[in-house]
Structure formats: structure tokens, C-alpha cells
Design a protein around this ligand. Structure first.
Ligand SMILES: [Zn+2]
Ligand SMILES: [Zn+2]
Length: 971
């Protein structure tokens, strides 16, 4: 006997029970133990920040990680799954600032770095419990007890070692460089961070007139979208081969001359006349009067026209205003031609005191005043609303400034070719990411600014001599002890501010101090293949022998192409260790149902718990796998999830519930002598063949990480199983049927077990529930993944069944067009084409409810098809009576269900036709044997009875008849 199945199962409840079972019996651990000596399948967990709440997009990534890990385990691989936590960096600092009620770097240094760091340490795991709770609840099997943490001492030591390798390759340097800079956070951002924070904005851009020296009323017209950079202007740049013009413009009273590119004349709204033409190179060295004179030139030349290869005539005026400290091209040009490089702005984005009118103000807030000032001085030509993508801080939302800073860089550009070569070895899903988004990123890779002027991060292990500028990079704690000539204490913490107290001795005799910066936290996460094992200080063999490196599989969202995916590859390439991952599923972002990004401020964030508690995690998982391809955006609609739940999960559950109900009612037991290959019934043969085909397809697809394709194949199969196999086989499962029954049960049992095994990685809970009940085994996750048996596949039969189902569909729709219910038997329909087995013809007969199928052999046709219009719709008296008998069966079945009878309860049925000479009485007489069999009736009583469990007056083709049912015994 199987455990009875509730057809109205509450899935979240079932899942919670199974979860308890897994934990109690340590099934995850057992699955690892079972595969311990097998070939490893290497998986890396991209570490999440535990100081943010897990959202539905985290479920997405974890669902895709889990399915592959479970699948590979069932295929016999050892899939170690070490969890990890990203802990350093600004998110934690921002949380600590909130807790301490402070805002700026000055505040932090005011209260003391130690106090700040301690607060950071405490807020790292703000939501760790919540993360662990949802990780467990969603059935994501990962080793939480053995997680790596980027702020642990072991981890930091490995990161130091990596940085030292890079230093030894001479790829680490310091330079002034214009970087995207967040004035609020007081730190520069790496390009992959910037890429995450672009927003479309409309700003006032201005056309500015630079007065040419010694030429009355003559101006060079330039254009800028960032008026705050104008006080820093020291030059103008032209393209040497472009055509420029001088035009005469008349306004109300005066007339003036403007110089701009010929191609940009369309921006001139007044009437004008061209008075002179030049090539760009003719303008070089032309001097102009400074717009502002707040920059101290320190003897350098400024305020002249020079040539820049970045100038275009696509927008602006073809003349670019140059402020070397606030633009990458500007800085490079300044270096080339020797322009002064002096900041007009401080580290918090405010004008310095030299810029008198706006000293101390945040530059973005001064733009209106600057425009007004220029207008008053008649140096503003016009303004224009300009819409463009502007970068904002991905963390705090402040607008970024391009700002020249001294930073530490890794010369990634030196290994660009190697990066591209390593990317060639990676299999990307979806495949277009490889050459597209990711490939483009690599081809245009820039040096990586790795230093952050912050506090809570891996301290950069560089010490510099105050006197001779000599540099030492430390690659281990041991080396630090040696160089510092002091033993580190047992509870040594390498974080700031403690590390800053350690001073080294320079060869010159002076003291060396650590540079103040900490590392970009993306450097931490990109180091995880090595640092999670404290390589090379421990576990050297794991990495070197390929037991833990490179990853066979990783998966995260698409925004990581410039984040984790990139830093993983960059670091492994810098270490000359090839690609650190070989296969990656890159997931599209989850949006709300209108296609908007989910955000707290919009209030459109979907709480995963609501969904899990309503439908169960398996429904959510199935939805995420099958709704569209993993790389596509997912618009989260609860309605779609509901559909998936009903169409797939409930269909599966109902089929299983049907099996258990009838198997128990028939006291069926698996006969191990029964051979699935000996089946004779054509439906059994067909479903077994389909199942084996499915196994073949699912494995083929999962091997290439086509999870969506595999899932959709299973959906089609489950639909066929329920709506064709079970539907057409119902008769054979009925209580009391002897013929062919064991074959039917054995087949469905075999199908369900193998189907749930196929499904185990997808829907680990429901498949576990079904499997345990059907097999009595401990856990489906300790079973092997099913493999197809080619001998059981009959592709010819598959093809034929497709024809049959097509014929049935057409015949039934013809019935519907004629308004004849399926219950009403008809005499005949015709088909034509190849010869068909009787068993298949019988399927058409039964499903379309006709007495006879006429097959016209047509050797020219390579299939069998329905002959349209051949359904004989004439009703003889006899057919009508049979139709009525079927109607009675249907309605009394309903009564049995309502009375909550078991499928094997035997009943007494009494009836009385209202009205005199009714046809119904004839039906009861002529079809009594049929009715008794179908409805499990022992006594059929032709009278009204008081002693019934349920009674009803039913309508049979317009005739009323009273029916009562009473349970009398079990079969
Ligand atoms: Zn910021
Ligand atoms: Zn020195």
C-alpha cells in the first residue's frame, strides 16, 4: 500500500515537511558522501552581500545554480558547494555610517577608524539569518557551515599574495588619472562599477563664447554639458582636418563673429553670413581670453587652441573645452601639450577657496549660477536641454564626477589579448554574451583602478618609504613579520587601522608606511577561486591538481559581466592560470510585470516569501526555469506563475494521485518479475518509448545547460502522460478490472518513478515526496539520474501517435461544430493513408466515441489522416440510448464524488423515472450490466428508496429521473 495522496495537497506544507526530513537525515551530506570518490564537478558560489535582504533575483540565480549541482550529483559527480559571503566595501560602510549617525569621511576619522571598523564588522551579517533561512527554504544545497568570508584573515592573506604576484609581473602602478569619482562616498569607482549606475538624464548644456585675443567681437564657440568644469578650463581643442568657419551674426543692436565647425552651423539660430573658412590646423595656437582665472598656471602655458584626436563634429560645435583634471581625454591631452593640472575642486566635489564666487559649494549645485554669470557677461550663446546617459554612484546614487586622482592601477591592458584568448575557452549561456557584451568589454578593457580611499576593505599591502619613495609589496603575513621585524600577535587583524600601525624599515634607513587605501571589493570577489581555499598557504594541491580549479560551472545575473564574471577572469589571467570558469549561465534581470526594474522606492519589489508561502518554491523554480530563456529579462507576473502551477505541477500531482488511489483500491503490488520490455499494450509501449526519448533529450539538453529546453520537453511529456496515456487507459485501472491491469500499473509506476528522477534537480521537493511514496527509498537525491534504454524507444510509434492525436482533434472539433457531446456515441468516421495497428485504431474509436473506423488505404500518403466531413452524425435509436447510458454514468459519478465515496466503494443504486413511459427505464434495463460495471453497483433497484446517502433528480437528455446511492461495502 502507498501512503494515500491528497489531491488538494498544500504544497508549501509538503515542502516544509520534506525540508525537515532532509535536515534531520542529512540528505545533502549523504549525497556528497556518496559521490566523494568520484570525479569532481567544480562549482563556485558568487558571494552575495549579507547586509542586504535576499530578493527574488537572488532566488533566480540560486535556482539555476542548484539545478546544475543537483543534476551533476545525480550523474555521479562530486559537486562540492562551498558557500561564500562578500563582506568588504561600501555597502557595509554605509550601513555603519547609518548606525553611527555619521556621514562623511571627516566624521569617521573624528570618531576613530577603529570604532568605525568595529561597527562595520558587526553590520556585515545584518541579514545573514534571513539569507540562510531562504537558502534552506528554497532547497538550495550549499555548504553554509563551511562558507568563505572575504574579511577573514586567511582570505585577506591570499588576496595579498595575488596582489604581490601582479606586482612582480610589474603590472601594478600608481598614477594621476581621471576617474569616475563619487564625491559623497569619497572614492573612485572602477569601470565595472560605473557601468552599473547609468541613468538617462536631461540637463542644460550650454554654448559658450570664448573671446579671441586681440580680435574685437570675435568668439570661439564651444559647448559643454558640465558647466561646473568651466572654471577649470585652460584650453580648447579642434580636429585638425575638419572645416571651420567664421560667421557674422547680427543680433538686435550689435554684430559679432563666431568660429565653429562648418558641419555644426545648424545650431546657429540667427541669420548669419560666412566671412572666413579655415581648416582646423589653421586655428591651432590661436589665443583666447580666459573665461575665469582661478587656476594658478604655475608658469605653464594656457588659454589657446590645440589639436585633439577625440574631437568630433557629431555634436557640440566641433571645438571642445578642455579642463584636464575633469576629463580623461582632457587629462591625456594636457599631459601631451603641457597644460597646467591644478584642481579647482576638492575631494568632496566642492569648489576650492580659490574659486571665490562658489567656494565650498557642491559643483553640481553651482551650474545655474555659472550659467547666469556667463549670461550677464554676454559669454553665453545659448542653452539646450540635453538628454544623455550619466553615471551615478551604484551604491549611494550621487552623480559621479570625472576627477583626476592618484590611484593604484592594475595594468589589465597589458594582458588584454590573454583575456580574450581565455574567454574563447568559456562556454556562455546565452552564447551571444561571449562575443557581445563580455567580448566587447574585454576588447575595450581599461586598466583597473583598484584602490579606494576607504576603511572597511582588504588593506592594500604596499608600504612606501617617506624619504626615498621606495616601495615594498607584502605577499603574506609571514613576510610582514619578517619585514616588520616583529611577531604578529595571535589575534592579529590585518584590517585598518591596526595594519597602519605596522611600519617597515627601508633600505635607506627611513620608515616605510602603508599607503592609506584599501582594495576595490571586486578584487576580493574575483580572488575567490584561490582565496576561498587560503591558497597557496593551504590546499595548494586542490588548485594545482584541478580538484577545485577551474570552475566547471557558475551562474549569476547579467550585470556581473562587468562585475564578478570579469574580475574572476581578470585575476586568473593575471595569475597566468587560464580562465577560472568554463561554463556560465548569465541570467536576465527580473523586472516587475510592467517591465520596470524592481526597487524599494517604487514599491514594486516582489517578496519571495509571499510566493513561496502561497505556491511553494517548486512552482517558483519551475516558473523561473521555463518562462523564457535564462538570458532574457523576466517580467514577474504572479498570473504566469499560477498558470505554471496549475498546468504543470498540479497535472503531475493529479496523475500521481490517480495512480496511488487506484493502486491502493486494487491492492496492486509491484511484481519484480514483471519486465517493462515485455509490454504488449500499445499505449504502454508508447508512453515507455516517449519516456525514454524524454530521458535522452533532457540529458542532452542539461549537458549543454539548456535548462529551459529540458523543462519544456518535460512539460510536453507530462501533458501527454495525463491527457493521453492516463486518459485513454483509465478503464484498465478501474477497480475490478482484471485484464491487462498489472501492465497498466507497472507502466505508470515505472513512468512516474523515472519522471520524478528526471525532475529531481528541477523541483527537488515535490519529486522527493512522490518518489519516497512510490519506492520506499530514502531519498530521490541519493538516486542516480535515469538513463534512457534505446531498445525501448520506438520512433515509428511516436510518429503514428502524433497522427492519431491529430485525427482525434479534428474529429472532436467536428463533433463540437455539430453540437454533439462526446458522450453521445456515433456510428462511423473515415480516415485514410497507411495501414495502422488495431490497437491504434481502437484509440481513435474510444476517444472519438464512434462504433466504427473506416480506413481507406492510400499508399501515396506517408501518414494517416482524417477525412474531413466523414463523421457520421446521424443518430439511431440505439445510439441515442447508449448516449443516455453514458450520461447517467457521468452524473452518478459526480454523485459518488460528492458523497465522498472511495473509488472502490460498492454501492446500491436506486432510481425512478418521473413521467410514464420513459426512455430512461429502457436505458436502465438494456444497459444495466454496463452501468453496474462503470459505477460499481451491486444492487440496482428500480424504485425510490428512503435509505440512501445521497439523492438527486437528474436530467438525462430532457427526461427526469430520481437517483439515490448508498454505500454497502468495500470491493
Ligand atoms: Zn557614492
Ligand atoms: Zn627609503
Amino acid at each position: 500500500m502507498f501512503k494515500p495522496v491528497n489531491p488538494k495537497q498544500n504544497f508549501p506544507e509538503l515542502e516544509e515537511e520534506i525540508l525537515k526530513f532532509w535536515e534531520r537525515e542529512k540528505i545533502f551530506e549523504k549525497s556528497l558522501k556518496k559521490t566523494e570518490s568520484q570525479k569532481p564537478f567544480i562549482f563556485y558560489e558568487g558571494p552575495p552581500f549579507a547586509n542586504g535582504r535576499p530578493g527574488v533575483h537572488h532566488i533566480l540565480a540560486r535556482a539555476f545554480k542548484d539545478i546544475i549541482a543537483r543534476y551533476k550529483t545525480m550523474r555521479g559527480f562530486y559537486v562540492e558547494r562551498k558557500a561564500g559571503w562578500d563582506t568588504h566595501g561600501l555597502p557595509t560602510e554605509i550601513e555603519a555610517e547609518k548606525r553611527l549617525g555619521i556621514k562623511t569621511k571627516k566624521d569617521i576619522e573624528g570618531i576613530g577608524i577603529e570604532k568605525f571598523i568595529k561597527t562595520c564588522q558587526r553590520s556585515v551579517f545584518l541579514y545573514k539569518d534571513e539569507w540562510e533561512k531562504i537558502t534552506k527554504r528554497m532547497g538550495y544545497w550549499v555548504d553554509l557551515g563551511n562558507a568563505y568570508m572575504t574579511c577573514s584573515q586567511d582570505y585577506i592573506e591570499s588576496v595579498w599574495w595575488i596582489l604581490k604576484q601582479i606586482w612582480e609581473r610589474k603590472l601594478l602602478y600608481q598614477d594621476y588619472k581621471v576617474v569616475p569619482y563619487c564625491p559623497r562616498c569619497g572614492t573612485s569607482l572602477s569601470s565595472h562599477e560605473v557601468a552599473q549606475g547609468y541613468k538617462r538624464v536631461s540637463e542644460t548644456s550650454i554654448y559658450v563664447k570664448f573671446k579671441v585675443k586681440d580680435q574685437p567681437n570675435t568668439y570661439i564657440l564651444s559647448w559643454t554639458t558640465t558647466p561646473w568644469t568651466l572654471p577649470g578650463n585652460v584650453a580648447l581643442a579642434i580636429g585638425k582636418n575638419f572645416d571651420y568657419v567664421k560667421i557674422k551674426v547680427k543680433s538686435n543692436k550689435s554684430e559679432e563673429y563666431l568660429i565653429l565647425a562648418k558641419d555644426r552651423l545648424k545650431l546657429v539660430k540667427n541669420n548669419y553670413k560666412i566671412v572666413e573658412r579655415f581648416k582646423g590646423k589653421d586655428l591651432v595656437d590661436l589665443e583666447y581670453e580666459p573665461l575665469y582665472s582661478y587656476v594658478s598656471l604655475k608658469g605653464k602655458k594656457a588659454y589657446f587652441v590645440t589639436e585633439g584626436d577625440f574631437v568630433t563634429t557629431e555634436e557640440g560645435t566641433g571645438i571642445v573645452h578642455i579642463a584636464p583634471m575633469y576629463g580623461e581625454d582632457d587629462y591625456d591631452l594636457g599631459k601631451q601639450v603641457g597644460l597646467p593640472n591644478i584642481h579647482t575642486i576638492d575631494g568632496q566635489g566642492r569648489f576650492k577657496k580659490e574659486v571665490k564666487p562658489w567656494a565650498g559649494k557642491f559643483v553640481k549645485d553651482t551650474e545655474e549660477d555659472i550659467i547666469k554669470d556667463l549670461e550677464q557677461r554676454k559669454l553665453l550663446y545659448s542653452t539646450e536641454l540635453y538628454t544623455h546617459d550619466y553615471p551615478f554612484c551604484w551604491r549611494c546614487g550621487a552623480p559621479l564626477l570625472y576627477y583626476a586622482k592618484l590611484s593604484w592601477f592594475i595594468k589589465v591592458t597589458a594582458v588584454r589579448d590573454q583575456l580574450i584568448k581565455n574567454n574563447e575557452k568559456i562556454n556562455w549561456v546565452p552564447s551571444y554574451i561571449k562575443e557581445g557584451r563580455f567580448g566587447e568589454w574585454l576588447r575595450e578593457v581599461k586598466d583597473w583602478a583598484i584602490s579606494r580611499e576607504r576603511y572597511w576593505g582588504t588593506p592594500i599591502p604596499i608600504w612606501r618609504c617617506e624619504k626615498c619613495n621606495n616601495i615594498k609589496v607584502i605577499g603574506s603575513f609571514k613576510e610582514l613579520e619578517k619585514e616588520g621585524r616583529k611577531k604578529l600577535s595571535r589575534d592579529f587583524d590585518s584590517h585598518r587601522p591596526y595594519i597602519d600601525k605596522i611600519k617597515l624599515k627601508c633600505e635607506c634607513g627611513s620608515e616605510m608606511h602603508r599607503v592609506p587605501e584599501v582594495l576595490d571589493c571586486w578584487f576580493d570577489s574575483g580572488s575567490m577561486p584561490f582565496a576561498e581555499w587560503h591558497f597557496p598557504f593551504e590546499n595548494k594541491d586542490r588548485i594545482d591538481s584541478g580538484k577545485a580549479y577551474p570552475a566547471d560551472f557558475i551562474s549569476e545575473a547579467i550585470d556581473q559581466t562587468r562585475g564578478w564574471f570579469y574580475t574572476l577572469l581578470a585575476i586568473s589571467t593575471l595569475l597566468k592560470r587560464g580562465p577560472s570558469f568554463l561554463n556560465v549561465i548569465c541570467l536576465g534581470l527580473i523586472l516587475d510585470e510592467k517591465g520596470q526594474k524592481m526597487s524599494k522606492s517604487k514599491g514594486n519589489v516582489v517578496d519571495p516569501w509571499n510566493i513561496i508561502n502561497k505556491y511553494g518554491i517548486d512552482s517558483l523554480r519551475w516558473y523561473l526555469y521555463t518562462i523564457n530563456q535564462p538570458g532574457e529579462y523576466k517580467r514577474f507576473r504572479e498570473k504566469d506563475l499560477q498558470k505554471v502551477f496549475r498546468k504543470f505541477l498540479l497535472t503531475l500531482w493529479n496523475t500521481y494521485s490517480f495512480f496511488v488511489t487506484y493502486a491502493n483500491a486494487n491492492k496492486w503490488k509491484l511484481d519484480i518479475r514483471y519486465q517493462i520490455s515485455d509490454l504488449e499494450n500499445i499505449l504502454d509501449k508508447w508512453i515507455i518509448s516517449e519516456l525514454n526519448l524524454l530521458m535522452e533529450n533532457v540529458i542532452e539538453k542539461l549537458e549543454i545547460l539548456d535548462i529551459t529546453g529540458a523543462g519544456r520537453d518535460v512539460e510536453i511529456f507530462v501533458d501527454s502522460l495525463s491527457n493521453w496515456y492516463v486518459r485513454r487507459s483509465r478503464e484498465r485501472f478501474r477497480v475490478g478490472v482484471k485484464k491487462d491491469q498489472n501492465a497498466a500499473f507497472s507502466t505508470l509506476h515505472y513512468v512516474l518513478i523515472n519522471l520524478t528522477k528526471l525532475l529531481a534537480p528541477f523541483i527537488p521537493f515535490v519529486s522527493e515526496g512522490i518518489y519516497q511514496n512510490l519506492t520506499g527509498e530514502e531519498s530521490i537525491h541519493l538516486a542516480d539520474y535515469p538513463k534512457s534504454d534505446k531498445k525501448l524507444i520506438d520512433k515509428e510509434l511516436s510518429k503514428k501517435m502524433v497522427w492519431i492525436r491529430q485525427i482525434v482533434t479534428e474529429a472532436l472539433s467536428e463533433r463540437a461544430e455539430n453540437g454533439i457531446k462526446v458522450r453521445q456515441p456515433l456510428s462511423k468516421l473515415k480516415i485514410r493513408g497507411r495501414r495502422l495497428e488495431n490497437g491504434l485504431i481502437k484509440l481513435i474509436k474510444d476517444e472519438t466515441n464512434v462504433r466504427e473506423i473506416e480506413l481507406k488505404i492510400d499508399s501515396k500518403l506517408n501518414k494517416v489522416e482524417y477525412i474531413k466531413g466523414s463523421l457520421c452524425t446521424q443518430l439511431t435509436k440505439e445510439l441515442k440510448l447508449e448516449g443516455m447510458a453514458r450520461e447517467i454514468v457521468r452524473q452518478v459519478q459526480e454523485m459518488r464524488k460528492k458523497a465522498k465515496y472511495n473509488v472502490d466503494d460498492i454501492i446500491e443504486m436506486s432510481y425512478k423515472a418521473r413521467g410514464g413511459r420513459s426512455k430512461v427505464n429502457r436505458v436502465f434495463d438494456e444497459f444495466s450490466k454496463y452501468l453496474k460495471k462503470e459505477l460499481l453497483v451491486k444492487n440496482l433497484v428500480k424504485d425510490e428508496s428512503k435509505d440512501v446517502d445521497a439523492e438527486k433528480e437528474i436530467d438525462i437528455n430532457g427526461e427526469k429521473v430520481w437517483v439515490g446511492v448508498k454505500k454497502i461495502e468495500k470491493y
